[in-house]
Design a protein around this ligand. Structure first.
Ligand code: FFO
Ligand code: GTP
Length: 464
């Protein structure tokens, strides 16, 4: 395995004081480098130790002890980066951490750039690019669902699918190119029906992966829930109730919320992005109108729409507004939330059960202020989100870069399928197959540029 000859070092634990801190080095010669500042009770050098072993000892600076530490030794190629690596676990004082780091820099190591350990793992073939990217997602994960999807990707679920696709495409290409070589003789070597089936199969797999992004993206960024309705309906009160904090200002003045307020909550391992919007009404106020415009924009982005209605509102108003809202919520889960049930008679509630029920069947009756009927709100959101539970085998695309590449790959393989139907010549088919492989290679990093890599790894933490 290729080893970088420059030795990188970084503190891999978070900045600040902790029980212990880990300082990590990687690169050819890093074990010997640590030996210059390390003393073991037995006098043994780290370089003479077996791979994957841990050793107690002292880090010394100018012959004075700086700290007592544990040192882990990894040998090329059996390490995270695939290179010789050392980890020093020291006491977590900032003085000690910085002291050891400085010492190692003086001895010839250089500070690792963001994500450089993982970048080396990628360059040394320890993982493909999509796996390296999932490491960042895993570190950033804040919910059960984002954690599961990142872990599956890191463990190679997606990569395996891409390897299979690549094998199929290579197979395909070689059959088509064989025909090409002998084209003057007008021989068809490959059975065209088999080839069509193969193209359709590849198409199906790529399409399924690309389609999974709408789910993956929503899970990763939070399921968008827009809270809309007329002014004073109680939208902000509902938002605060769901967030369990006074995030939005509540007042009886119409048009209090003038801009969009967003925050996330975790319910049953799913992130929801709650979006409180400016109340809808006819207004001459310029700022308020702009807010209302944004409300309609936010509506577009939402998967779930909670339309909050003051239960005292006359039916005609609600019906009139529904004509504006319904066209904007097609394909979304729209739920009517009749609020302020504490101040309406029971008969009125019964009446509202029927209002618009053929067009918008989902409705709940609550008092956001007095917490009536709000016990099931969380369950209702989870059910409305309709997100499947993810198992260890599920491959769901969560990364925009991967999605873009998949769309391009899909376009290429579609040209192949169509081309086969219309009898396109083999050399054109072969070209499109190559193009499809090229885009899949962008995901795994078989095809990459310094720009792409720099962009990806610069978003990592230092020390990762
Ligand atoms: N202290 C420490 N904790 C850590 C890491 C680390 O590098 N150091 N990790 C990293 O960020 C993660 C664990 N991932 C790792 C993945 C591979 C190898 C590794 O040494 N792989 C070798 C040998 C495998 C084996 O012994 O079977 C290999 O793949 O060849 C180490 C850590 C999380 N925790
Ligand atoms: N009685 C009663 N009052 C409520 C309830 N929910 C909200 N309110 C009151 O209704 C008023 C408006 O509430 P908000 O939450 O600010 O309403 P909003 O829909 O965000 O209003 P805008 O910012 O104008 O769009 C406040 O005085 C709340 O205290 C409820 O369930 N029952």
């Amino acid at each position: 395995m290729m080893q970088q000859s420059d030795i990188i070092v970084a503190i891999s634990t978070p900045a600040g004081v902790g029980g212990i801190a880990v300082i990590r080095l990687s690169g050819k010669g890093c074990i010997g480098l640590v030996d210059t500042v390390y003393r073991s009770p037995s006098g043994k050098k780290l370089i003479d130790r077996k791979a994957n072993t841990i050793h107690f000892g002292t880090i010394v600076k100018d012959d004075a002890a700086l700290d007592e530490v544990l040192v882990s030794v990894f040998h090329n190629p059996s390490s995270f980066t695939g290179e010789d690596s050392v980890e020093i676990s020291c006491h977590g004082s900032i003085y000690i951490q910085q002291g050891i780091l400085q010492l190692l820099l003086e001895k010839g190591a250089r500070l690792a750039t963001a994500g450089e350990f993982t970048q080396r793992a990628f360059l040394n073939g320890k993982m493909d690019l999509s796996q390296a990217e999932s490491v960042a997602d895993l570190i950033a994960s804040t919910s059960a669902a984002t954690h599961r999807l990142a872990l599956n990707q890191m463990r190679g679920g997606f990569s395996n699918k891409l390897v299979e696709l690549r094998t199929d495409l290579l197979n395909f290409a070689s059959l088509i190119e064989l025909e090409l070589d002998f084209s003057e003789e007008d021989v068809e070597f490959a059975n065209r029906d088999n080839l069509k089936n193969l193209a359709n199969h590849i198409h199906e797999v790529i399409e399924k992966l690309a389609d999974s992004f709408s789910l993956g993206n929503v899970v990763k960024t939070g399921i968008p829930v827009a809270i809309i309705g007329e002014t004073n309906a109680g939208k902000s009160t509902l938002l605060n109730l769901l967030l369990r904090e006074e995030k939005a200002i509540v007042s009886d003045i119409h048009g209090t919320t003038r801009d969009v307020i967003e925050d996330t909550i975790n319910i049953d391992g799913l992130i929801f992005r709650l979006i409180d919007t400016a109340g809808i009404r006819d207004t001459d106020d310029v700022v308020e109108s702009l807010g209302i415009e944004r409300t309609f924009k936010k509506l577009e982005q939402a998967n779930i729409v909670l339309w909050v209605i003051d239960a005292e509102t006359e039916d005609e108003r609600t019906i009139a507004l529904s004509q504006k809202i319904l066209p904007l919520t097609e394909g979304k889960k729209l739920i009517l939330v009749f609020n302020k049930v504490d101040i309406i008679p029971a008969a009125r509630k019964e009446h509202k059960e029927q209002l618009l029920s053929d067009l918008i069947p989902d409705r709940i009756f609550i008092s956001a202020k007095y917490h009536q009927g709000t016990e099931n709100l969380q369950d209702i959101l989870v059910e409305a989100a309709n997100i499947p539970e993810f198992g260890e085998q599920d491959v769901v695309v969560t990364n925009m870069r991967h999605y873009e590449a998949l769309k391009n790959a899909l376009a290429a393989i579609t040209r192949v399928s169509d081309g086969m139907e219309s009898g396109l010549s083999s050399d054109f088919l072969a070209q499109d197959i190559r193009e499809c492989m090229h885009y899949l290679g962008e995901i795994t990093g078989q095809i990459s540029t310094d720009d792409i890599l720099g962009n990806i790894f610069s978003k990592f933490c230092i020390g990762k």
